[in-house]
Design a protein around this ligand. Structure first.
Ligand code: SF4
Length: 74
């Protein structure tokens, strides 16, 4: 699975990086960024929890076989 934060939707509320700092960080622009793009299974569960709690629907989990996001960090 691939993890991505949509910068057009993120409002910088900080819920995700406070709750799951191993997967999310606040960028210099104040918006959230995914610290990893490719996730292992235990990380997928953490990311799904953050996705459920994001008030803006900005967190995306996508099947790596079908999508590629070259602008997301390693
Ligand atoms: S919880 Fe959602 S809106 Fe808030 S910082 Fe994270 S991605 Fe952005």
């Amino acid at each position: 699975m691939k993890l991505r934060v949509d910068p057009e939707r993120c409002a910088g509320s900080g819920h995700c990086h406070r709750e799951v700092p191993e997967l999310f960080a606040r960028g210099a622009d104040g918006l959230c960024q995914a610290k990893r793009s490719a996730l292992e299974l235990p990380q997928v569960a953490l990311a799904m929890g953050a996705l459920d709690r994001c008030p803006n629907g900005a967190i995306e989990l996508l099947d790596a076989d079908y999508f590629d996001f070259p602008n997301v960090g390693p």
